[in-house]
Ligand binder design. Structure first.
Ligand SMILES: Cc1cc2nc3c(=O)[nH]c(=O)nc-3n(C[C@H](O)[C@H](O)[C@H](O)COP(=O)(O)OP(=O)(O)OC[C@H]3O[C@@H](n4cnc5c(N)ncnc54)[C@H](O)[C@@H]3O)c2cc1C
Length: 323
């Protein structure tokens, strides 16, 4: 564990006892895309209960654990020092195994997570991020808590084999889509599976190799990555200048349908939105509209409907907000 701030005021013996008491899972592998973005493979001590692709589980770490250097400092009050803090994480998927065969979540004995490091708070109260500064201090062999219950309603329900499945994610919001896409392919889904992700830079595409292998193997699979902060997004003199590629404008301009090679019609398309709330654009009843519309109003204008409006099926929009 290098690069840590040793903020732990408890002695080594007590820390060891607390870990022994609370932790029930082990990091078996950590795959870094860069310093702030990683895939964590975690094996719970007990067998993983059956769950559906798209669901999530909470991960916990003790407040006594040290934080990564270069992250916002946190004062932990004495009464909270021996407690755990937990956060929810969608269960992602390795997609392919070492033999390049499909590896859906029900055929592996660990949970894969796709997590970004939040170095400091961007909220008005400036409350320091709790979990990721501690998690990113850990590697293979380190232990943590994985809550026993895997939960969530963001799942593939009522998707017929020839339907189109359109998944739009920002950043690590791709995680549940990777689990869903792999399951659909393993089940022989015939309709288009369009896995779209919007990230800042190409270096934030942690699963690019897997997606490209899947696209070659399965003609119905489309992986569409878009960036907002690479040189071709920011520099008008760049030979391939395209501007910032936000999902909202890609959808309304028709570029997304063109890239997907599919009309993305509400008649046979299921939409899944995951990640940044601004992309999703949910507005609670009675609240002010957002300054820039998210995908929800744009999709509704195109004939899609909320999952709360009647039976879930083609034309339904399902979403998972990360904050
Ligand atoms: C159902 C659900 C599933 C989730 N799945 C994932 C996942 O698969 N991967 C993942 O990285 N996060 C995921 N999150 C977010 C996660 O629960 C934590 O909020 C996040 O890891 C930050 O935790 P923290 O304690 O370090 O910071 P917090 O104290 O929780 O700080 C939260 C702030 O961090 C920022 N933030 C939170 N999550 C992200 C993110 N993913 N990308 C960019 N900024 C973020 C926001 O500004 C937010 O206000 C999920 C959240 C929910 C509700």
């Amino acid at each position: 564990m290098s690069d840590t701030i040793d903020s732990a005021p408890l002695d080594a013996e007590e820390i060891s006892q607390l870990r022994e008491k609370h932790y029930n899972g082990e990091i078996i592998e950590r795959i870094d895309s860069h310093s702030d973005l990683s895939r964590f493979r975690i094996r719970p001590d007990l067998p993983i209960p059956p769950f559906q692709p798209g669901q999530y589980v909470a991960i916990g770490l003790g407040n006594w654990e040290p934080r990564l250097k270069g992250t916002q400092a946190e004062e932990v009050p004495e009464k909270k020092l021996r407690k755990l803090s937990r956060r929810a994480y969608s269960i992602s998927c390795p997609m392919l195994d070492g033999d390049q065969q499909l590896a859906p979540v029900d055929q592996i004995d660990y949970l894969e997570f796709y997590i970004t490091l939040v170095r400091e708070s961007d909220s008005p109260d400036k409350k320091p991020p709790v979990l990721t500064p501690r998690l990113f201090n850990l590697g293979a062999g380190d232990r943590l808590e994985v809550q026993k219950k895997i939960v969530g309603t963001y799942v593939l329900e009522n998707v017929a084999p020839d339907d189109t499945v359109l998944m739009l994610g920002t950043g690590t919001g791709e995680a549940p889509h990777n689990a869903m896409a792999t399951k659909l392919l393993a089940d022989g889904h015939r309709g288009k599976i369009v896995n779209v992700t919007s990230v800042r830079k190409r270096s934030d595409l942690a699963y690019a190799l897997e997606h490209s292998a899947l696209s070659e193997k399965f003609p119905q699979y489309r992986y569409l990555p878009f960036t907002t902060r690479d040189p071709e997004n920011l520099d008008p003199s760049h030979p391939n200048f395209v501007g910032k590629q936000y999902l909202q404008s890609l959808f309304t301009s028709g570029q997304l349908a063109k890239a997907a090679d599919d009309p993305l019609s509400p008649k046979n398309t299921h939409v899944f939105l995951c990640g940044n709330p601004a992309m999703i654009g949910y507005v609670a009843p009675g609240a002010d509209p957002l300054p820039t519309p998210g995908m929800l109003p744009l999709l509704k204008a195109a004939g899609f409907r909320d999952e709360s409006d009647g039976e879930v099926g083609p034309g339904t929009i399902r979403f998972e907000k990360y904050w």
